[in-house]
Structures are given as structure tokens and as C-alpha cells.
Design a protein around this ligand. Sequence first.
Ligand code: 6AU
Length: 251
Amino acid sequence: MSAGYACLSVDEIRSSMKEKGTRVILAADLFTISEISNILNEVGGHICMLKTHVDGIHDFDLARWMSEVVAPARKMGVLMFEDRKFADIGYVSKIQMLGHQRIAEWADVVTAHRISGPDIIEGIHDAWKECGRRGSVAVLAQMSSSGNLLDEEYCRKVVDSCREIEGVCGFIGNGSNPGNISELRGLVGGAKMILTPGINLNSGEARMGQRYGHPKEAIAAGSDAVIVGSGIIRNAKPLAAAVKYAKEASV
Ligand code: 6AU
């Protein structure tokens, strides 16, 4: 399907990851710009993307965000990944991309649910276009949290309806279950990416319904990259942990 917008291609994202030589995406679920900037400076050499929840940052300020997080990430060849999980109608997702956090101005990849319809993808890309930038959308096909409603049928419908969309770089899969990842890879084929949260070497760290699997198993089952938060940011030695996760996730 030909898109009416320019987007970041799967090849561009995969080659950026290859250049960095790591399949670890850092989930920087922290509360201040300084905390995120510090962790990026510490582990930036061992991650391919910095995943944020920008609405959880207490002292968010766009100018500081751009200079203390986005600019250093670009210098390190780390892609900016805002996990906003857009879910509204296309137009509202567009205005959220262009809201006070100006996600469209700095994010290279964002997440979206498919629940509201396929026009959400166009809304998101319209925002990037308005900023003169390109990006891509990772669509949630599965989730790692227990009791989620993204069942097999929903997952299949998500993949069937998004596989051919140019502005979609891939899908979020359930990293806590290698069987789920192989099934998802079977549906997706090789042309789009699978990114998997719910990864931790210590499954005992899971809280509030989160479930964890092993990075090696996720990659072996067909994941392109593992999304790791607590395993790195709550480790007493984040750098050593990032190196370890990168090693475990290498093929
Ligand atoms: O490693 P953790 O458990 O500390 O952090 C997991 C990170 C969080 C979640 O928002 C995110 O991964 N996540 C996601 C996505 C899209 O990344 C989907 C999902 O199903 N489960 C999940 O934990 O930043």
C-alpha cells in the first residue's frame, strides 16, 4: 500500500540497530529529564533505542528535553522511541503528537493500538509531516501484562490489517512468552519488526501484573529487539546490566 507520507523504513531502522550492534531498547521509565539524560549517557553505547513515557516526566520542558536527551541520543546513534500507545481516532492522535510535548518533533518511532481503526497511522504520520520529519509506528499486537485482552484473534487481525502499511515498522509482541513471539513471527513474516517488552533476567522482579521472559529466548523466537526497563534502570550497576542484556540478546 503506498502511503501519502514519507516514513522511516524498516530497513533504515534495522540498519541503525545493526550499526549500534545491540538489540536492546532501553525503557527509561524515570521521572526527571536529568535521570533520563544520566542513564542515556551511562548505557547509550549498548542500546539501539531510548524508549520513553514522556507524559510521566515531572519536570518536562521541551528545550531541555531536546538538548539534554534528544541531541545526545542522536549523537550516539540511538533512535528516540516514544511509547505513547496512541489509541484515539486519527485526528486526535495527530493533535496529541503535536501537543505540548511535541512528540512529532523528536520521536522516530511511536507505539499505537489498532483498536480505533487504521486511520490512526495516517493521523500520526500527518503530524510528522507537519514538522517536516519522518518516523514509524510500532503497533501493539500482543502485551506482556497478565489479563490483557489482546487475544490470538485480535493479534491476527492487527497483523493482517497493518502488515502492508508502509508507515508501520512492526509490532509489539509479548516478550514474556517465546511461544507467543514465534506465533507472531509466523503471522508477520520477515518484512516487519517485532519488538518485545516483558524481558528481565530475574522474573521475580515483575510487579503489578507484568510478566517476564529471557532475552535470549525472545530473540531465538523471532524478536528483532528486546525492550528492557527495570532489568537495567533498577540494577545497582546499570552499565554492567546493559552490557549483559546486549550480550544475551545477540544472535
Ligand atoms: O522492563 P520493565 O517491566 O521495567 O518495563 C517494561 C516497559 C514499560 C512498558 O510501558 C513497556 O515496556 N511495555 C510495552 C511497550 C509497548 O513497550 C508493552 C507491553 O505489553 N508491556 C510493557 O511492559 O515501559
